[in-house]
Ligand binder design. Structure first.
Ligand SMILES: Cc1cc2nc3c(=O)[nH]c(=O)nc-3n(C[C@H](O)[C@H](O)[C@H](O)COP(=O)(O)OP(=O)(O)OC[C@H]3O[C@@H](n4cnc5c(N)ncnc54)[C@H](O)[C@@H]3O)c2cc1C
Length: 385
């Protein structure tokens, strides 16, 4: 389908495809097998300008357009969603700095994040706080000119390879979600160490590690924005980031679908009615996912306020479609589908993760339902006027 990309978007798509095919493809299997982070690849993506797309122009970036992020995520994930995650975590980590940090903080960190000199990550999840963000147990105690952080973040993508972290901690436990604050933590700050590195089902190319804070001393200047605003910053950050996860799921589905087409054509299966129905449904659902992602991205980039529902649409549907397409692709390829060399089993493993991180599919449904309820309330109030 024609999505009327402008010239810059067309060039970006072409560049991302070349990077995916020339730089990601040759290392894909080894990185997935070993569960290794492709540091040199991410640095090269920085040198080629792909990290700039997370950052506004005034800080050395190219405008922080969600559409650009989706274009790149889809292309890289078409080859390897682990590499796409290793790349896109930069947006999740830098997003709160872009939108909620002070001018000094922005000037200090963003230009270096734009070039890839600094890699950044996002530390929210804990043993008892994944979906339930308000239940964060990590605490930040103010002592003179410092905050002292104590707690353990788990499942943090790119943790052990990043230089800067946006970290959520409670500054006032009695206030629940309204007592959560966000901090910019640098890797060398005393009291920060790395814990367990996870051995995962999928997205293995993006390392996932614990961040351990033991009396970690953070200068008070590294509080992001205002105390007690961390929960809101997190939700707004997710709203901007989720279409990127949807785009990764789309790339996974697209890659699997291309293998299915190739296989069924070569084996003369495309005139089989059962196969015809399967590939027609896959093609339609993939295109529907793409349209949903691009519509959400265009809406966010237009400057519209309030896009939680559309952002959740753009993660929920594509990640469910990625699971469906990869599962059915294995069925169609039969025994070849489970062989590593066809890369469908890898895509199935990667697809499952897109239904979990940055809010599970159940949480996306909850967000959509909350927004629908809110819209109904507004409509009823308007009627009463
Ligand atoms: C590969 C990977 C990378 C990750 N990277 C990061 C990262 O960089 N930074 C970070 O902070 N976190 C990261 N995470 C954590 C991720 O965001 C959480 O795993 C996710 O939010 C779910 O939280 P949980 O695992 O604690 O599950 P839980 O919250 O314990 O949920 C368990 C189950 O209960 C369901 N459930 C929970 N609450 C509700 C509800 N209210 N309504 C309906 N169903 C509900 C969930 O949908 C899920 O099925 C990563 C996770 C993975 C797998």
């Amino acid at each position: 389908m024609e999505y009327f990309f402008n010239d810059d978007e067309k060039k970006l798509k072409q560049k991302a495809r070349e990077i995916a095919e020339n730089l990601v493809l040759p290392i894909r299997d080894e990185m997935d097998e070993k569960g290794e982070f492709p540091l040199e690849l991410v640095k090269e993506m920085g040198r080629q300008g792909l990290l700039k797309i997370f950052i506004p122009e005034e800080y050395g970036g190219t405008g922080e357009k969600i559409m650009d992020m989706c274009i790149v995520c889809e292309e890289i994930a078409r080859i390897c969603a682990g590499a796409a995650t290793a790349y896109a975590v930069g947006a999740l980590g830098s997003g709160p700095i872009v939108h909620f940090a002070t001018e000094e903080q922005k000037k200090k960190y963003l230009p270096k994040i734009a070039t890839g000199e600094l890699l950044c990550a996002f530390g929210l999840t804990e043993a008892s706080a994944g979906s339930d963000v308000a239940n964060i147990q990590t605490v930040a105690r103010k002592e003179g000119d410092y905050y002292i952080l104590n707690g353990v973040k788990q499942f943090i993508s790119n943790a052990s390879v990043s230089d800067v972290y946006t970290v959520l901690a409670s500054t006032d436990k009695s206030r629940g979600a309204r007592g959560i604050s966000a901090f910019i933590v640098e890797k060398d700050m005393p009291g920060l160490s790395y814990g367990k590195e996870e051995n995962k089902l999928g997205i293995r190319t993006s390392v996932t590690t614990e961040l351990v804070f033991e009396d970690c001393k953070i200068p008070k200047e590294n509080l992001m924005g205002k105390e007690g605003m961390g929960f809101i910053y997190t939700m707004r950050n997710f709203d901007r980031a989720r279409p990127g996860v949807g785009a990764m799921a789309l790339g996974i589905a697209q890659g699997a679908f291309e293998s299915v087409l190739d296989f069924t054509y070569k084996h003369d299966l495309l005139n089989n009615q059962y196969i015809q129905r399967k590939v027609a449904d896959m093609a339609t659902e993939i295109e529907a996912a793409r349209a949903l992602i691009y519509a959400a991205a265009r809406m966010i980039d237009s400057g519209t306020r309030g896009f939680s529902k559309e952002s959740s649409f753009a993660k929920l549907y594509p990640s469910d479609i990625a699971m469906k397409v990869t599962t059915e692709a294995i069925e169609i390829l039969g025994l070849y589908g489970v062989l590593k060399e066809y890369h469908i089993e890898k895509r199935l493993r990667d697809a499952k993760i897109t239904q979990i991180y940055e809010g599970t599919s159940q949480i996306q449904r909850a967000v959509i339902a909350i927004e629908l309820t809110r819209e109904m309330g507004t409509r009823e109030k308007d009627k009463e006027k």
